[in-house]
Design a protein around this ligand. Structure first.
Ligand SMILES: Cc1cc2nc3c(=O)[nH]c(=O)nc-3n(C[C@H](O)[C@H](O)[C@H](O)COP(=O)(O)OP(=O)(O)OC[C@H]3O[C@@H](n4cnc5c(N)ncnc54)[C@H](O)[C@@H]3O)c2cc1C
Length: 377
């Protein structure tokens, strides 16, 4: 017997990083919130697992994101104060690349910083090696160091957001949305219930293509992450080494300082085979580990020791690498955050706030028009 449930508020479909933040932001505003997700907070099947996500402010990808990064940085600190949890490590982030590299990682980082008055140090190869003796970049490389940057712990964040959302009155349920019926009042269908909310927030991560169908151009890609135990730990801790992004020859790797129990993590941002959450190859193959160890050894040889662990994770790619954030073009009462293309976790508390604004019809505090899903309608 299917139960018909009126919800005088919002149903949030998917309670990973972004959905949990939306549930909290909505509940904080007194909205009735029913959150649906069959998986436990911190699970390792989607895009928000592991212990580290880079948080940068001077956005080389597109300076239009900088007002969002700046506000997100403040919201992370507020979330820490409110929750009493240590989520953010402000160890800085170092962008590294050969001088003149066509991808312009370093100059674009510096330009974005200057446009918004952010502090960033431009470093030559010698200065990089002097400041970070473990980093062995060649003489023709350069760097851009953001001190006000670092990384957050995604699993701890998702658990914290679930706790706070419940404390704020959100009703989080271990259910799967099997379908969404679009209309004046959308209907969210689960195994035993048809929910009739005023609006729906869809934050289903790499499962979004299944739920939204072909109407939005999304591709899920398989990503591999590896953690290595250092040959020599000296100078590799967050007090001596920042997070890093390194671009050369079209490849873009990123990594983190040495963390207790986690070793040194590295992964590649570009590339990745198209897949789905149901069919993804979860096995990490030796050649994939070797490629990541080699990339780490080129940058920080003392970090590139034995493999500690390796696992897969999923990106949900949009054609232009920018988020899809806003009302669905065919259903204005359904708000989506998808197509996060491997770079949304740093924005999680802000995306929660923005989704609440969009759902409740208030203007978000930052310009997000450039992320409208309508650009692909
Ligand atoms: C390896 C890797 C490294 C990354 N590094 C960075 C970084 O350094 N900095 C950064 O800013 N970003 C980074 N990102 C990107 C960032 O982690 C993601 O953009 C972010 O986690 C996306 O969160 P999400 O809430 O959309 O997805 P998820 O956390 O995957 O949440 C989606 C949730 O929806 C639920 N769900 C799915 N279908 C349904 C359904 N039908 N009904 C109910 N619930 C459903 C799932 O169970 C899941 O919990 C990285 C991503 C990966 C994979």
């Amino acid at each position: 017997m299917v139960e018909e449930v009126e919800v005088d508020g919002t149903v949030v479909v998917g309670l990973g990083g972004i959905g949990a933040a939306a549930a909290l932001a909505l509940a904080d505003r007194g909205e009735t919130v029913v959150g649906l997700d069959p998986r436990p907070a911190g699970h390792a099947e989607g895009s928000s697992h592991g212990h580290t996500r880079l948080v940068r402010l001077a956005y080389f990808e597109d300076p239009a994101y900088v007002p969002m990064t700046v506000r997100a940085w403040r919201l992370w600190q507020e979330l820490e104060r409110r929750s009493g949890e240590h989520l953010l490590t402000a160890c800085g982030v170092l962008a590294l690349a050969p001088t003149g590299d066509p991808a312009r990682l370093v100059p674009a980082t510096i330009e974005a910083a200057h446009r918004y008055g952010l502090q960033v140090d431009r470093l030559g190869a010698a200065a990089i090696r002097e400041r970070y003796p473990a980093v062995t970049v060649p003489n023709d490389w350069e760097g851009a160091l953001e001190r006000e940057a670092g990384f957050v712990d995604p699993e701890a964040t998702v658990r914290t957001l679930h706790r706070l959302a419940r404390e704020a009155g959100a009703d989080l349920r271990a259910e799967t949305a099997l379908a969404i019926e679009y209309g004046e009042r959308p209907v969210v269908v689960t195994g035993g219930t048809r929910y009739h909310p005023r609006r729906v927030v869809i934050t289903a991560g790499p499962w979004a293509p299944e739920l939204l169908g072909e109407r939005l151009p999304l591709t899920v890609t398989r990503k591999v992450v590896a953690h290595f135990s250092p040959l020599d730990p000296d100078g590799l801790g967050p007090d001596r080494l920042p997070g890093f992004v390194a671009g050369a020859g079209g490849a873009l790797h990123y990594g983190f300082p040495l963390l207790p129990g986690d070793g040194v993590k590295i992964a590649r941002h570009d590339g990745g085979a198209p897949t789905t959450p149901a069919s993804v190859d979860r096995t990490v193959h030796p050649e994939e580990v070797d490629a990541l160890r080699a990339a780490l050894a080129r940058l920080i040889p003392s970090a590139a020791g034995d493999l500690l662990t390796a696992y897969t994770c999923l990106y949900t790619m949009s054609p232009d690498g920018d988020f899809l954030l806003g009302p669905l073009p065919w259903a204005p009462s359904c708000i989506v955050a998808t197509g996060c293309s491997g770079h949304a976790f740093k924005f999680v508390p802000l995306l929660g706030e923005v989704l609440a604004d969009l759902a409740l019809g208030t203007r978000p505090p930052v310009d997000i028009d450039f992320l409208s899903p309508a650009r692909f309608a």
